[in-house]
Write a protein that binds this ligand. Structure first.
Ligand code: 6PG
Length: 251
């Protein structure tokens, strides 16, 4: 374990399999803590490839009776503006390998509604859903118990991309991210939401992430959105494999 400062912990494991099992263990512990303290455990999930094995482990028999699923609520940190049955949907793989396999009520699953006319409308609906769920007053920010994130090779996280104006968002909980070309437009939660979480867990795997992970850990850099994640009053943990963590100094 490498502790960088009070607010950041980095845990290194041999490979993606080990990361995924460790993250599932953390999920189990945090869910019990959260449910014992507040009666529920509210999570925002990530898209991308890295967390898929973690989701499958949580959906396996091993965790079926270990977690009080009926008290767990799932949101998404970001979603592509595609139907839920589209191959690029962030909802689809999570539902197939995880949520459809656990004893959870349908009402505990809060996907981004993508069957609307525009990402902006989907974003508005999602923000309203979050506000209602957390029973927020105007200007209040939700406090997620756990937000799972990944890091893109360009330093993006959730759908917060380098240079995007969404990075300066201070009041909205969610925002549309409009893209041109072949990339799908997206809906993302914003930095104020991420930085108000009780726990933020980055899962990072593979050699191609080594250099960006080092830069993200090295410190806040406006051109690397993942480096702007710094929960004010929460725990920030990086769970990385040997390859992704190969450039990190043991401190
Ligand atoms: C998404 C994301 C995104 C992802 C990173 C890392 O919808 O794609 O939520 O921020 O976490 O791009 O993705 P990989 O795990 O596939 O490298």
């Amino acid at each position: 374990m490498i502790s960088m400062n009070k607010k950041m912990t980095i845990r290194k494991f041999p490979d993606l399999e080990a990361i995924s099992h460790h993250a599932a263990g953390i999920f189990s512990i945090l869910s019990e803590e959260g449910i014992s303290a507040t009666g529920r455990f509210v999570v925002a999930l990530a898209g991308g490839n890295t967390p898929q094995r973690f989701y499958a482990i949580l959906g396996s028999d091993r965790y079926r009776d270990r977690i009080r699923w009926k008290e767990v609520h799932f949101f998404w940190g970001d979603e592509r503006f595609v139907p839920h049955n589209h191959k690029d949907s962030n909802y689809l793989p999570v539902y197939e390998s995880f949520l459809s396999r656990i004893p959870i009520n349908h009402g505990n699953i809060h996907p981004v509604e993508t069957g609307t006319n525009s990402p902006a409308i989907s974003s508005e609906i999602y923000e309203r859903e979050m506000r209602n769920f957390f029973q927020l007053k105007e200007n209040e920010i939700p406090r997620f118990d756990l937000i799972i994130l990944g890091i893109g090779k360009d330093g993006h996280t959730a759908s917060l991309f380098p240079g995007d104006k969404v990075l300066g968002e201070e009041t909205h909980l969610t925002a549309p991210v409009i893209t041109v070309g072949t990339l799908h437009s997206r809906i993302t939660i914003t930095l104020p939401v991420i930085n108000n979480a009780r726990n933020v867990l980055f899962l990072v795997s593979g050699e191609e992430k080594a250099s960006i992970l080092k830069r993200v850990i090295d410190g806040p850099n406006l051109s690397l959105p993942a480096s702007l994640v710094c929960p004010r009053n929460g725990r920030l943990t990086f769970i990385v494999d040997e390859k992704a963590g190969s450039l990190l100094q043991q401190r």
